[in-house]
Design a protein around this ligand. Structure first.
Ligand SMILES: Nc1ncnc2c1ncn2[C@@H]1O[C@H](COP(=O)(O)OP(=O)(O)O)[C@@H](O)[C@H]1O
Ligand SMILES: Nc1ncnc2c1ncn2[C@H]1C[C@H](O)[C@@H](COP(=O)(O)OP(=O)(O)O)O1
Ligand SMILES: [Mg+2]
Length: 194
């Protein structure tokens, strides 16, 4: 596995729920042609397939909890293998959610060269998610689940940022700014890789 994707850049995109990870990844795909893999999207696709596994996942996600590590990692790995050799870069969006996920990813796949930390205030994230919930149809975009996802983010995911900061690969991006300005900073971080 590792050698098939060894020439591709691996970028972790981390931030709270509603911080703007998906929005920025879409723009990176348009400008750089990288492959965007959102763990949440992969899981929602499994739910939409109507499989037994999807039913189990749905129940967990509706509560705002994390699904088992192996499930997510296998899905990401399969999706990366499918693009190996044709992709210059991978945006891994919404993963790692906890330090352990990062460690397992590196064991099974490879090391990231950059972590984009998409940072917005708690109140901003709640406001954006409530708005997104008006049209997203997502079972987890409701007030009660949003609060749980935010709590879990601060508890489990922020340590991920500390972990990779010590390795010197974190770029903190102010996501309170308008989308295009945020993207200016994201693009700068990617351009600095070369
Ligand atoms: N910089 C921004 N300014 C204003 N609204 C934003 C910004 N970035 C994202 N949004 C909005 O916030 C919501 C959540 O964004 P999304 O990209 O889905 O976040 P995430 O993938 O991190 O959960 C979306 O409705 C999006 O349009
Ligand atoms: N890496 C991961 N590990 C465990 N569960 C995950 C996961 N990524 C996503 N999930 C599950 C739990 C999340 O509450 C849900 C939605 O994830 P998401 O779409 O990445 O949310 P958001 O983009 O709003 O942060 O899917
Ligand atoms: Mg998203």
């Amino acid at each position: 596995m590792a050698d098939k994707i060894k020439d591709a850049k691996i970028i972790f995109v981390v931030g709270g729920p509603g911080s703007g990870k998906g929005t920025q990844c879409e723009k990176v795909v348009a400008k750089y042609g990288y492959t965007h893999l959102s763990s949440g999207d992969l899981l929602r696709a499994e739910v939409a397939s109507g499989s037994e596994r999807g039913k189990t996942l749905q129940a967990i996600m509706q509560k705002g909890e994390l699904v088992p590590l192996d499930t997510v990692l296998d899905m990401i790995k399969d999706a990366m293998i499918a693009k190996a050799g044709v992709s210059k870069g991978f945006l891994i969006d919404g993963y790692p959610r906890e330090v352990k996920q990062g460690e397992e990813f590196e064991k099974k796949i490879g090391a990231p060269c950059l972590l984009l930390y998409i940072d917005a205030k708690g109140e901003t994230m709640v406001k954006r998610l409530m708005k997104r919930g008006e049209t997203s149809g997502r079972a987890d975009d409701n007030e009660e689940t949003i609060k749980k996802r935010l709590d879990l983010y601060y508890k489990a995911t922020e340590p991920v940022i500390t972990f990779y900061t010590s390795r010197g690969i974190v770029r903190k991006i102010d996501s309170e700014l308008p989308v295009d300005e945020v993207f200016g900073h994201v693009a700068k971080a990617i351009d600095d890789l070369k």
